[in-house]
Write a protein that binds this ligand. Structure first.
Ligand code: ZN
Length: 242
């Protein structure tokens, strides 16, 4: 098992995701535990998910506003009030210097003890979770944690023009990667995770069997975690970045 920081040592967590709903599929049960423990959690969503959805009749121009509102509503279901959007185009995110600087800026603004982000790695077992936007955000987020946010000489404009001092993130939790090394028992918060996912109506409205499918997936992770039969878990790769 990874040497994971005690939640009692954590004041703030910053969650980077590529699209609205990513954090809810990957980690909403864990986020609910964090907020219940009094930890402040902030979401930073890189795109508006404007290429998402299943209804071809739905006017695309309205999708960004709809998806932002859905993510804000989903966040409330698990105790998160602060949701920030960077407005990058959905489906075309690359791990550029500009994205690294934008993520480093948010790290310096929020000053989190722990960052949660998608995996920069492709999963051959589940191709759907390693989409290009996810990998790009994961890669840029890790670079933003180490070294950009902590190096006062990286992106000097953040310090000189925006008075944003360097900040050291102590721990990173990678969601959706190929090799989790830490699991959180989310059996108790599973209903809140489902409520958060249901808030993404444009994405999950047609998935009648969503709770059953998710329960099966999280139960499998519970078995991988060595939890008693029937317990549900979310899995992460935890990195010490202190
Ligand atoms: Zn996504």
């Amino acid at each position: 098992m990874a040497g994971v920081l005690d939640d009692a040592e954590i004041s703030r967590v910053l969650c980077f995701t590529a699209h609205p709903d990513d954090v809810d599929f990957a980690a909403a049960g864990t986020v609910a535990h964090w907020t219940e423990a009094g930890i402040e959690v902030v979401y930073c969503v890189v795109t508006d998910g404007d290429a998402g959805g299943f209804d071809e009749e739905f006017p695309r121009a309205e999708m960004p506003a709809v998806r932002r509102a859905e993510q804000v509503a989903a966040a409330k279901c698990v105790g998160v009030q602060d949701v920030r959007f960077l407005g990058y185009p959905d489906g075309r995110v690359e791990a550029t210097l500009e994205l690294r600087r934008d993520l480093a800026r948010v790290i310096r603004q929020v000053r989190p003890d722990r960052v949660l982000c998608p995996s920069p790695e492709r999963s051959y077992a589940r191709i759907g979770i390693g989409r290009p936007d996810h990998r790009a955000v994961g890669s840029a987020a890790l670079d933003a944690v180490y070294p950009d946010a902590r190096n006062p000489f990286a992106f000097p404009e953040l310090r000189e023009r925006e008075s944003l001092a360097a900040w050291v993130v102590r721990e990173v939790w990678i969601a959706g990667g190929p090799d989790p090394n830490h699991y959180v028992d989310v059996t108790a918060t599973f209903p809140r995770k489902i409520a958060a996912l249901r808030a993404h109506e444009s994405q999950t409205g047609h998935l009648e069997d969503l709770p059953e499918r998710l329960q099966g997936r999280l139960a499998l992770m519970g078995r991988q975690a060595g939890l008693p039969e029937g317990r549900l878990a979310e899995g992460f790769r935890v990195l010490d970045t202190a």
